[in-house]
Design a protein around this ligand. Structure first.
Ligand code: CIR
Length: 256
């Protein structure tokens, strides 16, 4: 199969990864060496699927910097550098901005008092669902809407009360079906097509191509559900990132 050039931004784990933010789960020890190995496997899985991976400069003082998805959101060749909702994550933006400037294209920036984490942004076709979570405030949604509305996107703000980010609760299959673990979803009726998955770790998929998704190995029943729908499923172990409320989507920014 031939692909248009696809680039994925990744950022290697900081040495103080274990000190990352936790909101909904108890802290359990993180094995840094295992996390580094899992991160390398994740990057290899992207590369094996035809993605050119580019490293954002490491941010060793920012424990959550590996979750690069939160720092920048791409809309075609327009990059939006976010305004992180957690103060400990604000030092991640400068490196993320430098990385998207190296890509070329247009760079826009969200500003305080607006806050928005990329984990709250789910694009499905021209619809942009934005989670109103603890990290993303109304002003953040307003600033994003002002940027992407003129680009032809429709922003739909979605309440998120039981999960860290919107994409902790829902993501989408290649055909645009929104998938989610119902206990984490505020209102399934907000989505045009919604499919319930049986495991919390099964909510997050990275679309590798029209037939293939990448997901956590911690959700085998969800993987079977997707295989039954005709998808090829690639799994990776990301236990050390899940201990920090991370998921497969958070570990990269896909530029397509
Ligand atoms: C945080 O609380 O910010 C990190 N420990 C986890 C971020 C996960 N990112 C995401 O879901 N997009």
């Amino acid at each position: 199969m031939t692909h248009a050039r696809r680039i994925a931004l990744v950022r290697r784990p900081a040495a103080n990864l274990a000190a990352g933010q936790l909101t909904h789960i108890e802290r359990t020890p993180v094995d840094l060496e295992l996390a580094r190995a899992q991160w390398r496997d994740y990057v290899e899985a992207l590369a094996a699927a035809g993605w050119e991976t580019r490293e954002v400069d490491p941010a060793d003082e920012a424990p959550d910097s590996v979750f690069i998805e939160d720092a920048v959101v791409m809309f075609g060749d327009v990059a939006v550098v976010t305004s992180p909702g957690a103060e400990s994550r604000r030092g991640e933006s400068a490196g993320a901005e430098a990385a998207v400037r190296r890509l070329g294209g247009t760079v826009r920036r969200l500003e305080l008092p607006g806050t928005l984490d990329g984990g709250d942004v789910l694009k499905v076709g021209n619809t942009v669902y934005v989670g109103r979570s603890l990290r993303t405030n109304a002003e953040g949604v307003r600033q994003l809407t002002a940027i992407v509305g003129p680009l032809g996107y429709t922003v739909v703000a979605v309440p998120v009360s039981g999960a860290l980010h919107l994409k902790t609760a829902v993501t989408a299959l290649p055909d645009g079906t929104v998938i989610g673990f119902p206990p984490l979803v505020d209102d399934e009726g907000l989505f045009d097509r919604f499919l319930a998955v049986p495991e919390a770790e099964g909510t997050a998929v990275v679309v590798l191509d029209e037939q293939t998704v990448l997901m956590s190995s911690a959700a085998p029943r969800s993987a079977d559900l997707f295989r039954g729908l005709g998808y090829t499923v690639v799994t990776v172990g990301i236990s050390e990132f899940e201990k920090l409320e991370g998921c497969v989507t958070c570990l990269s920014v896909r530029v397509r």
